[in-house]
Write a protein that binds this ligand. Structure first.
Ligand SMILES: Cc1cc2nc3c(=O)[nH]c(=O)nc-3n(C[C@H](O)[C@H](O)[C@H](O)COP(=O)(O)OP(=O)(O)OC[C@H]3O[C@@H](n4cnc5c(N)ncnc54)[C@H](O)[C@@H]3O)c2cc1C
Length: 311
């Protein structure tokens, strides 16, 4: 473990639970990732805000981990401080805009659990997210989406913490949301963190929403593999879906040690045993090379590469 300022460690411990050398593999959907030097668990938005302020004040690099469902973390782990976001509070309906309802969800809330809860309560707008295993924060950063819905279609604003620990609000228009990217992925908010998000939903019939969830669940089950993965590895290109390109170059089912390009959906890579980040990277590089050779198309990753020697 790299030296972390003792005073910072003490300060972090005063706010939240701190673990040293925590294996990140336990906290990613891939089941991959080496040790985090310092691993802190924020249980609510106020703890998250204070932890971020402490790291920024001491100029210590930090990484926010949501559900770990869109990251490939280095086998060497993450230096500095990793903050797991378990801030899961929900407020609402708070407000009415033209008959619609506004809910404020803390950024560590599970987007799938929230989508299902809102359907049960008779609020439409987040059904598309019923099978996405991330947090609200991760969903904003990647403008998560499925089945014609995305965060951009439901998000009103986010509450942020700045580098100096101050809280402020940004309207959705200021977040630069586009297909699986945002001002966050473009590194325009380094050191700032999403504390919560305001979502706008429409009143609807809970039975119809439940039916819609069943349809979307069965679509997902029919098209996506079970098992440890980070969902889609690459973004679709303008012309072709990434899975089709990978299939065309003959890589469906291709394996490198315990990492496997899914036979069911070739844009998923599965950890079928004890795959390492390097094993997954080998498949990623292979797919990129073959697709570029045969189609002159550059596949861009949808997943984030995190940690030592992988960024
Ligand atoms: C089986 C499976 C299916 C999936 N299906 C879909 C799908 O249909 N559509 C889709 O869009 N995605 C899908 N994904 C990908 C993933 O679930 C989404 O990208 C999700 O939004 C990531 O959220 P997370 O909390 O897991 O983020 P993480 O992977 O934990 O983090 C991702 C990035 O966001 C940053 N981040 C997280 N929280 C915050 C915050 N509060 N403030 C600032 N930065 C933050 C992290 O630092 C990191 O850089 C799927 C993944 C899996 C495993």
């Amino acid at each position: 473990m790299e030296t972390i300022d003792r005073d910072l460690l003490e300060d972090l411990r005063r706010v939240a639970e701190v673990r040293l050398n925590e294996p990140i593999a336990r906290h990613t959907t891939f089941g991959i990732g080496g040790p985090a030097d310092v691993y802190v668990i924020a249980q609510n938005a106020d703890e998250l805000r204070r932890l971020v302020a402490l790291c920024n004040r001491s100029q210590t690099p930090f990484f926010i981990l949501g559900a770990g469902s869109n990251v490939l973390v280095s086998d060497k782990g993450i230096r500095g401080v990793t903050i797991e976001n378990r801030a899961r509070g929900l407020d609402g309906p708070m407000d009415n805009l033209n008959g619609s309802a506004v809910f404020r969800a803390e950024s560590g809330a599970s987007i799938a659990a929230l989508a299902r809860y809102l359907c049960r309560k008779g609020f439409a707008g987040l059904e598309w997210a019923g099978g996405i295993p991330g947090t609200i924060g991760g969903a904003v950063v990647y403008n998560a989406g499925a089945y014609d819905g995305s965060m951009a279609t439901v998000l009103k604003s986010v509450q942020m913490v700045s580098k100096d620990g101050l809280q402020y609000e940004l309207a959705v228009e200021e977040l630069g949301l586009a297909y699986r990217e945002s001002a966050f992925t473009r590194k325009l908010f380094e050191g700032h963190v999403i504390l919560s998000a305001d979502l706008v939903l429409q009143p609807a019939d809970p039975d119809e929403l439940a039916q819609r969830l069943v349809e979307l669940d069965s679509n997902r089950q029919a098209s996506q593999p079970r098992g440890r993965s980070a969902g889609s590895i690459f973004k679709n290109t303008r012309e072709y879906p990434a899975w089709w390109l990978i299939d065309q170059v003959g890589l469906r089912g291709h394996r490198h040690r315990d990492a496997e390009i899914s036979t069911k959906h070739p844009n998923f890579i599965l950890n079928v045993g004890r795959a390492t980040a390097m094993d997954v990277m080998a498949l990623i590089e292979l797919a990129r090379e073959r697709v570029e050779e045969e189609f002159s198309v550059k596949l861009l990753p949808e997943v984030a590469f995190v940690g030592e020697d992988l960024q």
